[in-house]
Write a protein that binds this ligand. Sequence first.
Ligand SMILES: Cc1ncc(COP(=O)(O)O)c(C=O)c1O
Length: 370
Amino acid sequence: MMQIPFGDLKRQYLTIKEEIDEAISNVLARGWFIMGEELRTFEEEFAKYCNAKYGIGVGSGTEALHLSLVACGVEPGDEVITVPNTAVPTVSAISCAGARPAFVDIDPNNYSMDPSKLEDYLKKRSTTRKVKAVIPVHLYGHPADMDPILEIAQRYGLKVIEDACQAHGAEYKNQKVGSLGDAGCFSFYPSKNLGAYGDGGMIVTNDSDLAKRLSMLRNYGQENRYHHKIKGFNSRLDEIQAAILRIKLRHLDRWNKRRRQIAKIYDQGTALSEIKKPIEMGYSKHVYHLYVIRTKNQEETQQNLLDNGIETIIHYPIPIHLQEAYKDLKLKESKFPHAELHATESVSLPVYPELKDSEVQYICDAISGL
Ligand SMILES: Cc1ncc(COP(=O)(O)O)c(C=O)c1O
């Protein structure tokens, strides 16, 4: 029986060990660890990769979202709209900015924000709170349907902050995600498609004023050393992580291609099974940060796969409005039926570039035998 872990970052490290070790020792030899040339260069390289003008490296994806909200003028008491089936940090960032999260349900085909639900919510809401921003999430590496979201946001005067934390390199109508809204937020958490060896994040934007505010916000609000123009934070991407990410960025397209190949093997190898496979919408290029299937027997499927040596994870078992931390929002079960059903039916299969075809085939066989 094969043993297939859900993720294995050591496998990837071993394929690029020499380049990574050299990049880290160069930083150590230089003796400059915060806000140096590795960060400056990586910000340029990653912004260029996303087809955006500016990149601002920060401490994590959560911080990328939090600082973007603050830079976009979100203030305590404002409201920010997102989806209930995202990773909790999307909403932590809203809370960090002092804003109140509001949710709209997802499209059951792409598992991202349903633009018609966004419009409905904006039309019908009765509170006097000001909605300042909307955060569509490119969940699992599949882009949200951005054109209608951008159009609605423009009509209602909302900023659009893309949560692209799971979608490095994904495309919407041939444009890289992150460059479509006012700001695009990325996480470099180690297991992401582009992952550091620690925490890290970046905001990309085409707005020079926003970029300037963000670069001050992450560095104690300083414009120049000891000249604090605004109240800021400490949230920076360090030199060692930036050096590692510069190396890994060179491999990102190849790795994403391999993820897409693995997805294809899953699609074909489980064609006869009853599970629902992820759909790549016509407007998108999916980068399969996660390959998420749907089944009526979530627990049983996970256990059967585990009995075959295959580790899986549920992303995410409890929608945010039903989490204890957000009970103050007083949002009841059945409020967001598509997101809630998804939480009870989804199972994420292993998908990382270093998986061998034989391992993927083994997983397909296990699924087909369920
Ligand atoms: C959709 C989404 N948003 C935000 C984050 C937060 O990123 P980080 O863990 O780097 O803070 C993550 C990753 O964990 C994520 O998957």
